[in-house]
Design a protein around this ligand. Structure first.
Ligand SMILES: Nc1ncnc2c1ncn2[C@@H]1O[C@H](COP(=O)(O)OP(=O)(O)O)[C@@H](O)[C@H]1O
Ligand SMILES: [Mg+2]
Length: 232
């Protein structure tokens, strides 16, 4: 099953009287259950592509199908709905809401979907038990270690059973050990639960975890490798 199919997408940003081409005719297909790294130097278009796939922005040209539905020209409100239901985000520095407890952070996305309070709590508890963080549910982010915050952030990204989880330079601010732990944890979820991940990174260590690496340069895909290729 294909989750995302982008065909010949181009994104041009207009700034003052200048046109800045961020992506030029990029085509990419993400299959369910894959663990894909998006690599490339700074300015190559990684974030722009993630934003288009994540329904945070729309392409200037080309088409995007998400979970079988063409989303290219959906109005903002519809895009937001789709984003809440079908996409999970893991942010750099986790971006947990400081005033919320772990449970409230995890439940937030369910609340946005209008799910009842009892149901929200049940689902948050289930995932916390699974992740071994049930003792933390009433703690706020500042009362948790980085590793604990990491688990809460991952729980929040997958609690609504998204079709795909996106991450942008997730490990950029993490030390090697914490970054490797995060990637290992995500890989485990990918293998056990078939959760589909797409993450931008320019860290070779993080790329190695992927079963496919897509490389961007100057807004174009210049290389693709899969885990079976020896030169990986
Ligand atoms: N909102 C924006 N307005 C204008 N230019 C942008 C905007 N976002 C990105 N760009 C430009 O698009 C290109 C790709 O940027 P980006 O997708 O952020 O690359 P990466 O994430 O690989 O560093 C860069 O030249 C960048 O300056
Ligand atoms: Mg970026």
């Amino acid at each position: 099953m294909t989750i995302v199919q982008a065909e010949h997408i181009t994104k041009i940003f207009k700034e003052d009287s200048q046109s800045i081409p961020a992506l030029s005719s990029v085509s990419i297909k993400i299959e369910e259950g894959s663990f894909v790294a998006l690599s490339g130097p700074s300015g190559s278009g990684k974030t722009t592509l993630l934003n288009l796939i994540g329904c945070l922005d729309r392409p200037s040209q080309g088409t995007i199908h998400f979970d079988g539905e063409e989303i290219t020209r959906l109005p903002q409100q519809k895009l937001a709905q789709l984003r809440r239901r079908k996409i999970g985000f893991i942010f750099q520095d986790y971006n947990l809401i400081p005033a919320f407890t772990a449970a409230e952070n995890i439940e937030y996305v369910l609340w946005l979907q209008g799910i009842s309070s009892a149901d929200r709590r049940k689902r948050a508890l289930e995932i916390c038990e699974r992740f071994g963080i049930q003792a933390l549910i009433h703690r706020r982010p500042y009362e948790m270690s980085r590793g604990q915050q990491q688990r809460v952030a991952v729980a929040r990204a997958i609690v609504h059973k998204p079709k795909i989880v996106l991450g942008d330079e997730l490990t950029a601010n993490l030390d090697h050990k914490t970054g490797t732990e995060l990637m290992g944890f995500l890989k485990e979820l990918n293998e056990k639960d078939r959760i589909t991940f797409l993450y931008a990174t320019h860290d070779p260590v993080m790329m190695k975890q992927a079963n496919r690496i897509v490389t961007l340069q100057d807004g174009k895909i210049t290389n693709e490798k899969t885990a079976t290729q020896a030169s990986f």
